[in-house]
Write a protein that binds this ligand. Structure first.
Ligand code: IPM
Ligand code: MN
Length: 351
């Protein structure tokens, strides 16, 4: 029995989460397992109800669940709130409070959608790598931080245990992928914190001698991802570099609406699409539910230890796409776009 906390949030969040839950229901019938889903307010929806984007009740419910499914947060209505009340602050808080130190973001180019990429087909076809972004440390959380009239400052700091645990997770994932190459990305030519990162990653690497480890500076990595993305298999990097590089990596696949993510800690895990709340199309049954559906697949891989269920979901997504169905974000000009609910139904039918 899996206990899932659902926090659909704002914008298209509720629509794409509804789609993902239908797929969850379909795989539960196919594979014969039971689950519960409890929904809780989060983001602007929660702010309007309780004056806080993340209430203690929602946080507690996430702590008590086996996994959390998040839609999206934020929208123009809440943009002018003070810094500490913004949806971004709630996201950072939930990550920190649940100890979600590893953020996994795949960059996978689906064959059926290869023409949707802004890069040439021969450059991107076959791209399939995973970014391991450190999520609860680095400059996002380092002290001191602040600004006054004449100065602004943040601190990029990494503790040994923080680097060790994310590096270990990345090497273990590489092992599972048939000893895939690990690229560790830093700015060790300029930043001491990066030299430290590099040293610790190499120490952890001693436990994984069969795995190739490559160090790369972050500026070069940004360039290499668009030049030749197929050279990457597993990327491990800090919070800020990972934030930036995972956007580049997602974009080259041409279909941000397709990409899921997992944020994992030692006790808790949260799954969410990479895309945002897309307020411009919210409530119109137009959003692509695939990223959220694939996030459920990641949940079965990483939280529930059921790769066969994950496989069934990924396969159903590919089969549905192969029949030619497209939501607006991935339709080519002139192609008829189908709705969120129709795409969900197409995937459920394949399951
Ligand atoms: C992301 C987002 C967040 C981040 C923001 C919204 C706080 O860009 O999940 O990548 O910077 O981590
Ligand atoms: Mn980001």
């Amino acid at each position: 029995m899996y206990r899932i906390a659902s926090i659909p949030g704002d914008g298209i969040g509720p629509e794409v989460v509804a789609g993902a839950l239908e797929v969850l229901s379909a795989v539960s019938k196919k594979f014969g397992f039971e689950y519960t889903v409890e929904e809780h307010p989060f983001g602007g929806a929660s702010y309007d109800l309780h004056g806080s984007m993340l209430t203690d009740e929602t946080l507690e419910a996430c702590r008590n669940a086996d996994a959390v499914l998040l839609g999206a947060v934020g929208g123009p209505k809440w943009e002018s709130l003070p810094h500490d009340k913004k949806p971004e602050a709630a996201l950072l808080r939930i990550r920190k409070e649940l100890g979600l130190f590893a953020n996994l973001r795949p960059a996978k180019v689906y064959d059926a959608l290869v023409s949707a990429s802004t890069l040439k087909e021969e450059v991107v076809k076959g791209t399939d790598f995973m970014v391991f972004r450190e999520l609860t440390g680095g400059i996002y959380f380092g002290q001191p931080r602040g600004y006054d009239e004449n100065r602004g400052w943040n601190t990029m700091v990494y503790e040994r245990y923080e680097v060790e645990r994310i590096a270990r997770l990345a090497f273990e994932a590489a092992r599972k992928r048939g000893n895939a190459k690990v690229t560790s990305i830093d700015k060790a030519n300029v930043l001491e914190v990066s030299q430290f990162w590099r040293n610790v990653v190499h120490e952890v690497h001693k436990d994984f001698p069969e795995i190739e480890l490559v160090d790369m500076y972050v500026d070069n990595a940004a360039m290499q991802i668009v030049r030749n993305p197929k050279q990457f298999e597993v990327i491990v990097t800090g919070n800020l570099f990972g934030d930036i590089l995972s956007d580049i990596s997602g974009m080259i696949t041409g279909s941000l609406g397709m990409l899921p993510s997992a944020s994992i800690g030692s006790k808790h895990a949260l799954y969410e699409p990479i895309h945002g709340s897309a307020p411009d199309i919210a409530g119109q049954n137009k959003a692509n539910p695939i990223a959220t559906i694939a996030s459920v697949a990641m949940m079965f891989e990483h939280s529930f230890g059921k790769p066969e269920v994950a496989r069934a979901i990924y396969d159903a997504i590919e089969q549905a796409l192969a029949t030619g169905v497209r939501t607006a974000d991935i339709a080519r000009p002139g192609e008829l776009a189908i709705s969120t609910t129709a795409m969900t139904a197409a995937i459920v039918a394949c399951i």
